[in-house]
Design a protein around this ligand. Structure first.
Ligand code: SF4
Length: 83
């Protein structure tokens, strides 16, 4: 892959991640697609022990874990997913 194509692919991926992040924050703020409190607690417990948790930010998807874990349609970013 040429350098220009590689930069274009990275830029596209960054835009996709940004759009995903804005949608996730919007859902959390507007309380849309919310998981129940037990499910949130279970997810947060898993994230709290995960080596990808970098001070409350997932180092794979760059999401804010306290918000990501509240959204029912979200999935753990790891492969295989932990929740
Ligand atoms: S979303 Fe998954 S990979 Fe990211 S911190 Fe939580 S458990 Fe770890």
């Amino acid at each position: 892959m040429c350098n220009t194509c590689n930069q274009s692919k990275q830029s596209s991926s960054m835009m996709s991640n940004l759009a995903h992040g804005i949608l996730g924050v919007s859902k959390a703020v507007l309380k849309i697609d919310q998981l129940n409190s037990i499910g949130i607690s279970n997810r947060r417990d898993i994230c709290s022990k995960c080596d990808k948790n970098n001070g409350g930010i997932c180092s794979i998807c760059h999401c804010i874990i306290s918000l990501k874990t509240t959204i029912k349609s979200e999935m753990c970013a790891d492969t295989p997913a932990k929740w």
